[in-house]
Design a protein around this ligand. Structure first.
Ligand SMILES: NC(=O)c1ccc[n+]([C@@H]2O[C@H](COP(=O)([O-])OP(=O)(O)OC[C@H]3O[C@@H](n4cnc5c(N)ncnc54)[C@H](O)[C@@H]3O)[C@@H](O)[C@H]2O)c1
Length: 334
């Protein structure tokens, strides 16, 4: 089966390409490389010994997307392509709505036109906004706290309405919690441009000496030690969740949390990182960051029951794999 993976050169996309190839799927990647590098696709080949077909296109471009559907027999789409920085979305909301909504509209339209009935969408736990933890798929949410989150919530609604009007269509909305770690080869991982937004790449960059110290945004939250609690999931577990979603879904809209179901505070994560890698992470406590919530973790019982999927890799593995990639990354010509 041929799966079109948009944003397949990015962090979660590359790991999912590996999981798909290992599960026997053929993979076509569409990416404009706005936040990724062509070399990461070569690393996929090194790891799997299999080729991916690559289209360097912008997914907002209807004609370029339709050409992929004309030139290939596509059985399903996994749609990762999108902009993902919360802070940037507050500064540049038009760019976020334009890119993230138009990509989704163009793709779903091509799926309808070329009768491709399987669609998997990268959503986010951010859609749950200020609900109480653990977050359950049935929870209502009215407004999320930033334009990035709004694009995810809007895309979910758009895809739901389109599926309701096309009942033979299968849409799976995967709400990711906090993906971290890297493939255990150390060849691919999270390599953000500039200063990292997410905790783990920041921690690994402090460990490497690229950043002087880690800023911890607030230690007065109502959590175990006052720092924010998140549900960290190994990126390969997340990738395998996509394969499970492709394998098992039936017609209609399906929503699944992809997390571990366990909350870990920032200080707890740093301690594990220090212990497994034998490195001290310097940090400073600063003010809370606008838009952050105290705790975010998933109820994962639905994915376990319906997808027969569960996150298997522990926090120690996430920290080791992230650090292995960071050490390797410096030596790569990227
Ligand atoms: N990483 C996270 O913490 C997280 C959490 C929840 C949801 N998500 C979502 O998962 C998806 C993948 O995230 P990621 O962490 O791999 O991000 P990433 O930036 O590494 O990957 C996204 C990829 O999409 C590409 N892209 C962006 N706009 C495009 C366009 N118009 N046309 C073609 N390609 C385009 C980028 O070049 C990049 O390769 C995103 O939709 C993101 O919002 C990520």
């Amino acid at each position: 089966m041929n799966i079109l993976v948009t944003g397949g050169a990015g962090y979660i996309g590359t790991h999912t390409c590996i999981a798909l190839l290992e599960a026997g799927y053929s993979v076509i990647v569409a990416d404009n490389l706005s936040n990724s590098k062509r070399e990461s696709l070569e690393k996929i080949k090194t790891i799997t010994n299999k080729e991916v077909l690559f289209y360097e296109i912008d997914v907002t471009n209807t004609q370029a997307v339709e050409e992929i559907f004309q030139q290939n027999s596509i059985d399903g789409v996994i749609h990762f392509a999108g902009l993902k920085s919360v802070g940037e979305s507050v500064e540049k909301p038009f760019m976020y709505y334009q890119n993230n909504l138009v990509c989704t509209l163009v793709l779903i339209n091509a799926c309808l036109k070329y009768d491709v009935r399987r669609f998997v969408f990268s959503s986010s736990a951010t859609v749950y906004g200020g609900n109480h933890v653990p977050f359950v798929e049935t929870m209502n949410f009215s407004q999320t706290s930033n334009p990035y989150g709004e694009t995810k919530a809007m895309c979910e609604r758009i895809l739901t309405d389109i599926t309701n009007a096309n009942p033979s269509f299968t849409v799976t909305l995967l709400r990711y919690f906090n993906p971290v770690g890297a493939h255990n080869s150390g060849l691919i991982g999270e390599a953000p441009n500039g200063i990292p937004n997410n905790l783990m790449p920041y921690v690994t960059q402090v460990a490497k000496g690229k950043q002087e110290y880690l800023n911890i945004f607030g230690n007065d939250y109502p959590t175990i030690d006052g720092t924010g609690v998140r549900d960290y999931i190994h990126v390969m577990d997340l990738a395998e969740g996509h394969v499970a979603a492709l394998n098992t879904v039936t017609a209609g809209v399906h929503i699944y949390n992809l997390g571990t179901g366990q909350g870990t505070s920032v200080l707890q994560l740093i301690k594990i990182f220090e212990e497994v890698n034998g490195i001290v992470i310097r940090f400073k406590i600063t003010d809370r960051r606008q838009g952050d919530i105290a705790s975010c973790f998933a109820d994962v019982s639905k994915a376990r029951k319906e997808l027969d999927w569960i996150a298997k890799r522990d926090l120690e593995t996430m920290c080791k794999d992230a650090w292995r990639f960071e050490q390797n990354y410096n030596h790569q010509v990227m």
